[in-house]
Design a protein around this ligand. Sequence first.
Ligand SMILES: [Zn+2]
Length: 156
Amino acid sequence: MENRIITTKIGVYSHNELSAEDKNLVECAKNATATSYSPYSKFQVGAALLLDNGEVISGSNQENAAFPSGTCAERTTIFYASARYPGVRFRKLAIAAFTEGMFVEEPVSPCGACRQAILEYEKLGGEPIEILLVGRDKVYKLAGIRSLLPLSFEDF
Ligand SMILES: [Zn+2]
């Protein structure tokens, strides 16, 4: 028997330390929280995706009384981006959350289903999709979705 250790490198940035491009994407994700339809969870999530053609697509979580028919902000965003710009590579995805009148202090991370969906587009694009998880004072930056999904299912 042997043990294998899986590690995840997370860059922790203050908002001031971000590049102009990252700052813009973070702002787009924060703004997208305002479009959330989340009467049940009251947890407004926004996502913003930078595409290789320079376009930024943003989206938010959309809930439904017939739970769990709703969709997370991340999948709302990436599915729309793929439908709008099929075949265009995804470069960076920022995710922000707003609840009880303020942005969350600790950065939020995508659920397992979204991680799997992001992974598929990362694989299609052929390069890692940078992930920015937005907190009130800090932003976690990950090199790609595999950082959040070790030992992933990749049967495609
Ligand atoms: Zn999700």
